[in-house]
Design a protein around this ligand. Structure first.
Ligand code: LLP
Length: 413
């Protein structure tokens, strides 16, 4: 386990030993994220190991943009999926070579596309005919051909929170197959300014059922085969990310089983295609290996509720207020006293600033620390400075060393 209780103290356990989190919190007066990077790298290897087709794994950087984590992934030879100029620059700064970078996202600007073309990245995942037109014009202007993949919208229900489904026909993502004639003729008429390398599909995030993912792959595969039969020489097939975890419990063996099932199902579904299969996992790689730690500022007992008010909240982890997401809440020090029900809330002036409602926790006191579990994905990346609070600091444990990471300043692009 990345984080476990040893002698009643919540600790990061790593290859070199054990670091109690109470020793890390003393290094910052503010709320902190702590990551287990050994765990992340092990998870990436497991993900890769579950695949039995020619492939490349491109970590979805949007899930976690910590520089130490990204640098370790780059060094280990993994690729990355970016969705903005800032992410593209960050990936380059962290050592990803351009041929390991794919660029997704519905709203790429002129300067973002120019940068991607100049860098000669592996592929730009195109989301609309107008975007393709822009890419072609810019490639001609720059005098350098761009590799593009068409993102399809397979019209599949992803069975997840409506805010994170992306493959249903009413979502803004991807393209319906009726767009194909226009897209194909644009590429044909581009006089080599773009090369169509493949298709891509991503139907949503936090998916716990394999069936919709496989259905989306099958539907997109049909289009791939059609394009091949019309003479397009496709080289890649990008199946996106989306594999979820069970936030209610922290059992890594359950994740590993899900990864193995996903890897073998996608490998089976794509084996006969004979092209490189691209994967863009985010959450399943990093979620388990991060915690956000806040300190109890006040206990407020009303006739109706017991509140524990922390110095961290919806500004540091938006998932509970945005998606009603459940994150386990773990006191840094285990106590033997009987549990009591608490609403664990933050300092923000909004009633949505709740990290957990009616949670049974041992009697809490001012000065106790609480860890928000499974916060490694879509945690610190989505943090903001609302109410002018500072952003959380981040610490990374890797090879037995706990290192503070540079504070998050927007990447200049
Ligand atoms: N590829 C594309 C094109 C994506 O849009 C995403 C996620 C991924 C890959 C990675 O998906 P994953 O493997 O992490 O599910 N903030 C939300 C999740 C938003 C996901 C956005 N796209 C949350 O906290 O649940």
């Amino acid at each position: 386990m990345p984080f476990e209780y040893i002698d009643r103290q919540l600790c990061v356990t790593h290859k070199g030993g054990v670091i109690p989190l109470k020793d890390v919190v003393t290094r910052s007066p503010d709320p902190i994220y702590v990551y287990d990077l050994d765990g992340v790298m092990d998870r990436l290897e497991k993900f890769k190991g579950s695949l039995s087709v020619p492939h490349s794994v491109h970590f979805a950087l949007k899930a976690n943009n910590n520089r130490l984590i990204l640098s370790a992934m780059a060094q280990a030879g993994f690729g990355v999926d970016v969705v903005s100029g800032g992410e593209l620059q960050l990936a380059i700064d962290c050592g990803f070579s351009p041929e390991r970078i794919v660029f997704s996202g519905v709203g790429k600007t002129v300067s973002e596309i120019e940068k991607a073309i100049q860098l000669r990245i592996k592929q730009i995942n195109v989301e609309s005919p107008q975007e393709l037109k822009r890419i072609i014009a810019l490639a001609k202007k720059i005098g350098r051909s761009a590799r593009v993949a068409f993102r399809m919208n397979p019209d599949v229900h992803a069975e997840t929170h409506p805010y994170i489904t992306t493959g249903f026909r009413e979502n803004k993502f991807g393209m319906d197959r009726t767009f194909l004639p226009e897209l194909e003729s644009q590429v044909r008429e581009a006089e080599g300014a773009v090369t169509l390398v493949g298709l891509t599909v991503h139907i949503g995030s936090q998916l716990k059922q394999l069936e919709p993912m496989i259905e989306a792959i099958e539907k997109t595969k049909e289009i791939h085969n059609e394009l091949q039969s019309r003479g397009w020489d496709l080289k890649t097939f990008d199946v996106g990310g989306g594999l979820g975890i069970h936030y209610e419990d922290g059992n890594l063996a359950v994740d590993e089983k899900a990864i193995a099932q996903y890897g073998s199902a996608v490998s089976e579904a794509t084996r006969e295609m004979g092209v490189e299969i691209l994967f863009e996992p985010g959450r399943v790689i990093v979620a388990r290996f991060g915690v956000l730690i806040g300190e109890v500022q006040y206990i407020k007992e009303t006739p109706y509720k017991n509140f524990a008010i922390l110095n961290t909240g919806m500004h540091h982890i938006m998932r509970p207020c945005l998606y009603q997401a459940h994150h386990r809440l773990l006191p840094l020090t285990q106590k033997t006293v009987a549990p009591q029900l608490y609403d664990i809330v933050g300092p923000i002036c909004e009633s949505s600033d709740v990290l957990g409602k009616d949670r049974a926790l041992p009697i809490l006191e001012q000065g106790d620390f609480i860890a928000v579990a499974d916060a490694g994905a879509y945690g610190a990346v989505m943090a903001n400075a609302y109410n002018s609070h500072s952003l959380p600091k981040e610490f990374v444990v890797y090879n037995g060393v706990c290192q503070a990471t540079p504070s998050k300043v927007p990447v200049s692009f």
